[in-house]
Write a protein that binds this ligand. Structure first.
Ligand SMILES: [Zn+2]
Length: 75
C-alpha cells in the first residue's frame, strides 16, 4: 500500500514513512538524548526541529491512528 510518492517530502508523506519505524506521538517537551545523539528526543525519538512543527505533529498523530494497537502495521 503506497499512499505517497517516495519523493513526496510533505509532512504527511514523511510521517507515513517514519511512523512505522517510530510509533510514538511527537511530544511537546523536547529533551535531548545524551551526546552524540542530542539531535533526537529522549521522550519520543523524533528530531528537534519536528517539535516546532504543528503540521508534522498532526501528521504523525494521524498515522498513529492508522496503525493497529501495538504499532506493527499489517503487510
Ligand atoms: Zn519529543
Amino acid at each position: 500500500m503506497t499512499r505517497f510518492s517516495p519523493t513526496d517530502l510533505s509532512p504527511e508523506a514523511k510521517a507515513s514513512r517514519s511512523v512505522p519505524n517510530n510509533p510514538n506521538p511527537l511530544c511537546r517537551d523536547f529533551q535531548p538524548k545524551a551526546e552524540p545523539s542530542g539531535f533526537w528526543c529522549v521522550n519520543c525519538n523524533w528530531n528537534r526541529p519536528m517539535h516546532d512543527d504543528e503540521r508534522t505533529r498532526q501528521a504523525i498523530a494521524a498515522e498513529l491512528d492508522r496503525l493497529p494497537a501495538g504499532g506493527t502495521p499489517t503487510p
